[in-house]
Ligand binder design. Structure first.
Ligand code: APR
Ligand code: PHB
Length: 389
């Protein structure tokens, strides 16, 4: 097989890149290890920055998003029974859209299928060859048959556990990582959200987050230790703990119900440099991971895709290599700023096991400064709604 861009990974990064490339006549083939249903079965965050919304519009995939997504002009931050609102709209005249990532992925799959895009599922043993030369290719097995795709470029959109990052030699690659000493226990329930905006709660008992997928589907998280497992928590125990961590007036109106999904996610900050090696480009979770606190995983995958799409578009339509040559530096410049925000927001809201009394005082002072200072709230709003591309 031959194509212009071989895309490894059929998650949001790979699908969005394939769809955008198709809008300018650039061919691609997406290789996905799992089945489509498996990919669509993943429960993931759903807060979309304006930049991602615009890209989905450009890709022709934003109709359902606009019909079903919820525009949020602000969010609450609480400490015990005190809370304050960050007014995104008032501060930076921008909002975010709450719309499940699964739905974004579903819309992208629908668009690819409508456009006749090539997506190969259940691929195995993907290997990248010749990325440091002019004739790269990818080999893989499908239904036990060895296959090969010759291409001009390879986009590694295969997430943190993929093969693309590993294809860059250790002599070239530098990795930066921070593992957080806690996890998030998440519950999905068919209940109305406790509030019409998200609530990020810091409490003496640890972090909690009240989020949503729709007006009848809620998503809640509580910070937990890494030694715990979802089976350690009955639904009743989860709801009682959540109520202890959010403001009393919110706890009193919380509608509880059976969990339809319950899982624990570890928290990690991770960046690999560079994000390009010859004709291989890394996008999204293949190159970087953020703690979910700032809801930046999908949104930062989107900014990578923006830079790579613009570079490949200039290459194929104008014969210019400027965009692909500057891809890694441009993407990483924004990635590191998002890593900083996600790390800062996590440090503001969580209880850290090794936190000294002084550390706790610093955290509470940071919260109080954010509550009372316009410039601090402006900076928070600019980061939360999305830094410019
Ligand atoms: N071969 C083919 N496909 C692979 C391979 C492989 N060797 N390894 C992984 N994949 C697939 C995975 O099955 C997954 O569907 O690559 C896809 C990677 O998708 P994500 O992990 O979702 O990463 P990305 O597309 O960059 O999206 C980033 O979405 O999933 C969230 O937390 C993530 O918010 C972040 C955003
Ligand atoms: C979610 O709805 O899953 C969610 C929302 C906001 C976050 C993290 C997760 O910061």
């Amino acid at each position: 097989m031959k194509t212009q861009v071989a895309i490894i990974g059929g998650g949001p990064s790979g699908l969005l890149l394939a769809q955008l490339l198709s809008t300018v006549g650039v061919e691609s083939i997406v290789l996905e290890r799992q089945t489509k249903d498996y990919v669509l079965g993943r429960i993931r965050a759903g807060v979309l920055e304006q930049g991602l919304v615009r890209m989905l519009e450009e890709a022709g995939c934003a109709d359902r998003l606009h019909a079903e997504g919820h525009v949020h002009d602000g969010a609450l931050i609480s400490y015990g029974d005190e809370d304050f609102r960050i007014d995104f709209k008032g501060l930076v005249d921008a909002s975010v859209v709450v719309y499940g990532q699964t739905e974004v992925t579903r819309d992208l799959y629908d668009a690819r299928e409508k456009a006749g895009g090539q997506i190969l599922f259940n691929v195995e043993h993907v290997q990248i060859h010749g990325a440091d030369g002019d004739s790269p290719y990818v080999t893989f097995d499908i239904d036990g048959q060895a296959q090969r795709i010759d291409c001009n470029f390879i986009a590694g959109c295969d997430g943190f556990h993929g093969v693309s990052r590993q294809a860059i030699p250790l002599s070239v690659r530098r990795e930066y990582e921070k593992i957080y000493p806690f996890g998030w226990l998440g519950v999905l329930s068919e209940t109305p959200p406790v509030h019409d905006e998200l609530i990020y709660a810091n409490s003496k008992r640890g972090f909690a987050l009240c989020s949503m997928r729709s007006d009848h589907l809620s998503r809640y998280y509580i910070q937990c230790s890494l030694s715990e497992s979802p089976s350690d928590w009955t639904d009743a125990a989860f709801w009682e703990e959540l109520k202890r961590r959010i403001p009393t007036d919110m706890a009193e109106k919380l509608v509880t119900g059976p969990s339809i999904e319950k899982s624990i996610a570890p928290l990690r900050s991770f960046v690999t440099e560079p994000m390009r090696w010859g004709r291989l480009f890394l996008c999204g979770d293949a190159a970087h991971i953020v703690p979910p606190t700032g809801a930046k995983g999908l949104n930062t995958a989107a900014s990578d895709v923006h830079y790579l799409f613009q570079g490949l578009k200039a290459f194929y339509l104008k014969g210019s290599t400027a965009g692909i040559d500057s891809y890694s530096a441009k993407a990483l410049r924004r990635v590191w700023k998002v890593e900083r925000f996600s790390w800062w927001f996590s440090s503001l809201l969580h209880r850290y096991p090794d936190q000294s009394e002084f550390d706790l005082k610093m955290q509470l002072a940071e919260l109080d400064f954010l509550r009372s200072n316009h410039a601090a709230q402006l900076a928070m709003a600019e980061n939360y709604v999305g830094l410019p591309y």
